[in-house]
Design a protein around this ligand. Structure first.
Ligand SMILES: C[S@@+](CC[C@H](N)C(=O)[O-])C[C@H]1O[C@@H](n2cnc3c(N)ncnc32)[C@H](O)[C@@H]1O
Length: 200
């Protein structure tokens, strides 16, 4: 399977929602990873706790198909949704509240002229604030200092920082599963900045 390394989220092709909304079961907790790629994190969470629903939002449609095929083969409660997360979060959840949101290692888009393609911004933060139930967790991880700062600026005014205002979470990843990028960063000894928030 040919998987593109990156796509431009500002492209016209991504403006309209063309994904498939998962069916949500009343009373069943929902966890969401925004930018899930191959969803290693969600598949491992689903093994730990199969009583929840795991939704991965992803802009590369070939990865979405791959994740959904794997989920069907494994009978895992994991659903990938093809979308541009900042634009389509409300359409996907349609009023359903979720219990936890993960933002694991968003693309850095290092070149200055590409900064507008970054996923973590005020629009995404407002979208997350609308879908996360009161008291629900938002966990952010990145190995790129610039993105850690973007995340602080976007999330700090809208969520309660569990580590204290404007403070990184120093207690590591508490969930016992790792995303592919996280595993890679840890194995190569990169610093990881983490943030833990709760919805108001
Ligand atoms: C660097 S990868 C990290 C993947 C995974 N979270 C991990 O930690 O291994 C970032 C992912 O976010 C996806 N992505 C980027 N912008 C997005 C957007 N606006 N909406 C949905 N997904 C996006 C990319 O296609 C990519 O798969």
């Amino acid at each position: 399977m040919r998987i593109r390394q990156h796509v431009n989220p500002l492209g016209l092709h991504y403006e309209q929602f063309k994904g498939v909304r998962p069916r949500f079961e009343a009373g069943r907790p929902i966890e969401v990873e925004i930018g899930c790629a191959e969803a290693q994190f969600l598949f491992e969470r689903a093994v730990q706790d199969p009583s929840r629903t795991y939704v991965g939002l992803e802009i590369r449609d070939e990865l979405v198909d791959h994740v959904n095929r794997l989920a069907a083969e494994r009978g895992a409660p994991v659903h990938a949704v093809f979308c541009q997360a900042q634009l389509h979060i409300d359409e996907i959840f349609g009023g359903t509240k979720v219990d936890r949101v993960y933002v694991n290692f968003p693309d850095p888009w290092f070149k200055r002229r590409h900064h507008s393609r970054r996923m973590v911004d005020a629009t995404l933060a407002e979208g997350i604030a609308r879908i996360l139930r009161a008291g629900g967790e938002l966990f952010v991880q990145t190995d790129v200092w610039d993105i850690a700062l973007d995340a602080l600026v976007a999330f700090e005014p809208r969520f309660d920082n569990v580590a204290g205002e404007w403070t990184f979470w120093k207690q590591g990843n508490p969930y016992g599963v790792r995303s592919w990028r996280e595993q890679n960063a840890e194995e190569t000894g990169l610093t990881i900045w983490r943030l833990m928030y709760r919805a108001r």
